[in-house]
Design a protein around this ligand. Structure first.
Ligand code: NI
Length: 331
């Protein structure tokens, strides 16, 4: 490990190159294996001190500087489902925790391989298990919001949305000293007006996924493994859940096979920083921000009277149309 001051210098340089530089949190498969107690200590200081400044970091040498604040600026009015990156980078995301039974096991698997991931936590789970959230933060993973109680945000009042998201961000802040930047809406349910409201009010960017092993449905490690390996691609966002023993049990093999295929792992902020898609590009509105598979379903045929018009506009979903509910889904 390099001396403290040099590490600090890299972090500062990275922060200056906002939006372009790859965050130092980014980890290739074997890059970071010596970040045990020192890193834990430094991030603990960050959490306790809130916006800890350089003076504090220098005063407590030889601990490395705390992880820098995010240097990325996510796209606006946009739902991330994957990234356009050079190289075999992939973002692993784990939802619905933290769980005192399974999350620490997963953290050990990630740490052993020097992998950083993103955890979309539920506020009510944070309230019950703050020490597990602290472990996640201390090990350098990114923490996102998954709401407080997992409702379909498009179906509750604005006041209820405020409570779900505000309380969750606050709970995360109380434990880690940082508010989340990303929201994974339960079930992936979102609509453009609500997305804009959430971005502006809570500073949360919506992140869904491109790889879904349906691990909530198939409590089978082999199926989880097979699905993730079949769907993995550069720039992918992998959805799974750290609350299921079958998912966590599948992870060592998945991680080792992804490493063997040359994949490198980053947090969402790492991949947002690398994303090459021009920020001015207009993205076709996706009804309710639903995941890709749902988008590809054929639209209902139009009534004959409309279809006969040569200039008929494409069918638009009705404003506020209810997103399709997955029976028993636990996204
Ligand atoms: Ni969920």
């Amino acid at each position: 490990m390099k001396p403290l001051l040099i590490v600090s210098g890299i972090l500062v340089a990275s922060a200056v190159g906002a939006g372009v530089a790859i965050s130092p949190m980014l980890t290739s498969a074997k890059a970071v294996r010596d970040d045990g107690p020192a890193t834990t200590q430094s991030i603990s200081q960050n959490a306790q001190g809130g916006q800890g400044k350089g003076a504090q970091a220098e005063a407590v040498a030889p601990a490395p500087a705390p992880a820098p604040p995010p240097v990325v600026t996510p796209r606006k009015n946009y739902t991330y489902k994957s990234f356009n990156v050079d190289g075999n980078y992939i973002a692993l995301t784990f939802d619905d925790g933290p769980s005192p039974e399974t999350t620490p096991q997963l953290l050990a698997m990630l740490k052993e391989r020097g992998i950083k991931a993103t955890f979309f936590v539920l506020g009510n789970m944070v309230a019950k298990h703050p020490e597990v959230l602290k472990m996640i933060a201390d090990e350098g993973h990114e923490i996102g919001s998954h709401s407080w109680s997992h409702p379909q945000l498009t179906r509750i009042s604005q006041a209820a949305v405020d409570k779900e998201l505000g309380n969750t961000s606050e709970a995360i802040f109380q434990v880690t000293g940082k508010r989340p930047m990303y929201l994974r809406p339960p079930y992936g349910s979102m609509k453009p007006t609500l997305r804009t409201y959430i971005e502006e009010k809570f500073g949360l960017t919506i992140v869904n996924w491109s790889v879904d092993p349906n691990d909530w449905k198939f409590r089978d490690s082999q199926k989880v493994h097979d699905a993730i390996m079949a769907q993995a691609a550069p720039g992918a966002i992998v959805l799974s859940h750290d609350i299921y023993p079958t998912t966590v049990a599948a992870m060592p093999r998945i991680l080792d096979e992804l490493i063997a295929k040359g994949y490198k792992f980053g947090t969402l902020s790492d991949l947002v920083a690398m994303d090459k898609t021009p920020k001015v590009q207009l993205v076709a509105a996706l009804p309710n921000g639903k995941p890709q598979q749902a988008q590809q379903k054929p639209q209902k045929p139009k009534p004959a009277s409309t279809a006969a018009k040569p200039d008929a506009k494409p069918a638009k979903p009705a404003a506020g149309a209810a997103p399709q509910q997955r029976a028993g889904g636990v996204y």
